[in-house]
Write a protein that binds this ligand. Structure first.
Ligand code: PLP
Length: 469
């Protein structure tokens, strides 16, 4: 592609992005494609000779775009959000244009040093003490894996990587039964094994891991000859937003000389608002904390902020340092590839820099406060509607409900009816073994009026009239 074409198509792509965002509100949120439709429309073999850009771009618009689920839609209420604020998209254009591989300080000093600064900014924004160091990981799953590996190596006196686990003591890691599946997978990949992830049932009312049970489980394991290695706490769990009492878990973990990792992948963004910080009170005592700016905060996917109390432990766990990767010379140089599982790294700090500067913390706070307020508003209206049962109360902007007396099959049918309608998109989850409909508000494009649309779409999907109790 010559310079002129590069310019033409870059402009086209940027313009397309603007128009795409503009037309989202009038589209169904979820793709209306049947399985295999798009696959079959793509030829089985790549072309031998180059094709016209005009044709490629046109097929992107006619074939690909309609097959997308629109995560930037104002009424995306499913899963958790994956916001890409326009300003972060602009930063991503620049990152993509430079296309640097930022594994070492010397492979892009600006990327490394901006990353250090951005993690300091984020830590301060969340009210974390400046004693934490930070690194940007690709996902919370990777951050949790890194934390679990760190727990493993520290407990095995840094011998696990070398000797393997077959002759090692049987390690145990503790969490509640509300944690995200990424915790299970980190345990598998770290070679610790699902059977050694001790999932303690959360308190049915608070959703928190009972600290006394944790203490008892650790003691019982020690008595039985196991070797406890760490605790994983959650803040704003994926299902219904359950959170552990982090202060208590830190106390128990540290009393047994165990590291504690806190997964606040979604809820962490809301911690820029001081009034929500009770949710993770005590977090300053944790050894590792992860949250995803790519969820609620608006840094486009992917961008996961990982804070560590003692990065030496992480580097000791993950650094390989073959000769050719060593940065000679200056001391105090950070090679962030030693802080994460993948070697190669994208320049993720730039979009945070653009995002935080353009919106300012106050701008981001007011967005999150709006979402929380609007979700409470919808919750209150549903709670006041006959035929609707609220199952879990709002945690920040997340709550769950179902139609009174609905069986699991009914609830699935309700979710399908709501989503097929297209005005909104939400998902289901299980609470105490039964399906519920899950709602979260978090799209940057959302406006207060979208709550009215959500209310109407939900009642239609449940087959209810708007009747106050
Ligand atoms: C989204 C989420 C994760 C997984 O995040 P990835 O960045 O996709 O790995 C983990 N834990 C919780 C609580 C989450 O909400």
């Amino acid at each position: 592609m010559d310079k002129l074409d590069f310019e033409t198509w870059s402009r086209r792509a940027a313009l397309w992005g603007v128009q795409y965002r503009d037309r989202l509100a009038d589209r169904p949120v979820r793709a209306r494609t049947s399985p295999g439709e798009i696959y079959r429309a793509i030829p089985p073999k790549p072309p031998e000779t180059g094709e016209e850009m005009e044709r490629i771009f046109e097929e992107f618009e006619t074939l690909i775009e309609p097959g997308m689920t629109h995560w930037q839609h104002p009424r995306f209420f499913a899963y958790f959000p994956s916001n890409a604020a326009p300003v972060s998209v602009v930063a991503e254009y620049l990152v993509t244009a430079m296309a640097a591989q930022c594994m070492l300080w010397q492979t892009s000093p600006a990327a490394t040093e901006l990353e250090t600064r951005m993690m300091e900014w984020l830590g301060a924004a969340l009210g974390l003490p400046a004693t934490f160091s930070g690194v940007i990981q690709d996902s919370a799953s990777s951050a949790t894996l890194a934390a679990v590996l760190m727990m493993r190596e520290r407990t095995l006196d840094w011998q696990g990587n070398r000797a393997g686990l077959s002759q090692m003591p049987r390690l145990r890691i503790y969490c509640s039964d509300q944690v995200h599946s990424s915790i299970d997978r980190a345990i598998w990949i770290a070679g610790i094994g699902q059977d050694n992830l001790v999932k303690i049932p959360a308190d049915p009312l608070s959703g928190a891991l009972p600290p006394k049970q944790l203490e008892a489980a650790i003691r019982a394991d020690i008595a039985a000859g196991y070797t406890p290695a760490g605790v994983i706490g959650c803040v704003g769990a994926t299902g219904t937003g359950a959170s552990d009492d982090i202060a208590k878990l830190v106390e128990v973990a540290h009393a047994h000389d165990l590291l504690i990792h806190v997964d606040a992948a979604w809820a962490g963004s809301a911690m820029i608002c001081p009034e929500f910080r009770d949710l993770w009170a005590g977090v300053e005592g944790a050894d590792s904390v992860v949250f995803n700016p790519h969820k609620w905060l608006g840094a486009s996917f992917d961008c996961s902020a990982h804070f560590i109390r003692d990065p030496e432990m992480l580097v000791r766990t993950l650094a390989i340092q073959p000769e050719y990767l060593k940065t000679h010379g200056q001391d105090g140089i950070i090679n962030y590839s030693e802080w994460s599982v993948p070697l190669g790294r994208r320049f993720r700090a730039l979009k945070l820099w653009f995002l935080l500067r353009f919106h300012g913390l106050e701008g981001l706070r007011s967005m999150i406060r709006d979402h929380v307020r609007w979700a409470h508003n919808l919750h209150d209206r549903l709670a006041a509607t006959s035929g609707v049962e609220i199952v879990t109360a709002p945690v920040l902007s997340l709550f769950s409900f179902r139609r009174d007396g609905a069986s699991d099959a009914d609830t699935i049918a309700h979710v399908s009816a709501i989503n097929d309608d297209g005005r909104i998109y939400l998902t289901q989850t299980r609470v105490a073994g039964r399906l519920v409909i899950r709602f979260q508000a978090g799209s940057h494009a959302m406006r207060e009026a979208d709550i009215d649309i959500a209310y109407a779409a939900i009642l239609d999907g449940l087959g209810l009239q708007a009747e106050e109790r």
